[in-house]
Design a protein around this ligand. Structure first.
Ligand code: RB5
Length: 145
C-alpha cells in the first residue's frame, strides 16, 4: 500500500498520481488534502510518515510546491528515509542506494511527464543492499548530535 499526501500546491499532482497508481494496479491510501485551498504541508507529511514508519504503508509519496517542506517533516520520523526527487535518475538512486521509503515531489519544480516517470521508477527499483545497507543503518543509528 502507498500512502499519499499533498498540500494545496501538490493537490493536482496527487490526483494524477492516484490515476497512475490505479493504472499500475497499486493500492493506495489518500491522506489529503482534498482541494486546492491553502493548507499546511506538515499536516500531511506527518500522517504519511506515520503510516510508513509503522509499516502500514510500504512507501509514501508527498507533494508540495517544492518537495522540500514535506521531506524535512517526514525525515523527523523514526524509520523514514524521505528523498526530495526532481529527476528520474534521482528516483532510481534514492531507491537503489538510499532505500528511500518516501518520495517527495515539488509540483512547482518538476513537470508532470517527469513526475510520472519518477513515480514509476521509484516504485519499481529495488534497494541494492551490500555496502549501501551499512550506510543506511548508520543513518538510523543517529540520535541528536
Ligand atoms: C506553499 O506555498 C509551499 O510553501 C509549500 O507547498 C512547499 O513548497 C513547502 O516546502
Amino acid at each position: 500500500m502507498i500512502a499519499l499526501g499533498a498540500d494545496h500546491a501538490g493537490y493536482e499532482y496527487k490526483e494524477k498520481i492516484k490515476e497512475l497508481l490505479k493504472s499500475m494496479g497499486i493500492d493506495f491510501k489518500d491522506f489529503g488534502t482534498n482541494s486546492s485551498e491553502s493548507t499546511d504541508y506538515p499536516d500531511y507529511a506527518i500522517k504519511v510518515a506515520q503510516s510508513v514508519g509503522t509499516g502500514k504503508a510500504e512507501y509514501g509519496i508527498l507533494i508540495c510546491g517544492t518537495g522540500i517542506g514535506m521531506s524535512i517533516v517526514a525525515n523527523k520520523f523514526k524509520g523514514i528515509r524521505a528523498s526530495n526527487v526532481e529527476s528520474v535518475d534521482g528516483a532510481r538512486f534514492a531507491r537503489a542506494h538510499n532505500n528511500a521509503n518516501i518520495l517527495a515531489i515539488g509540483s512547482r519544480l518538476t513537470k508532470w511527464e517527469t513526475v510520472e516517470e519518477i513515480v514509476k521508477v521509484f516504485l519499481t527499483t529495488n534497494f541494492e543492499g551490500g555496502r549501501h545497507e551499512r550506510r543506511v543503518q548508520k543513518i538510523h543509528s543517529l540520535t541528536n548530535l
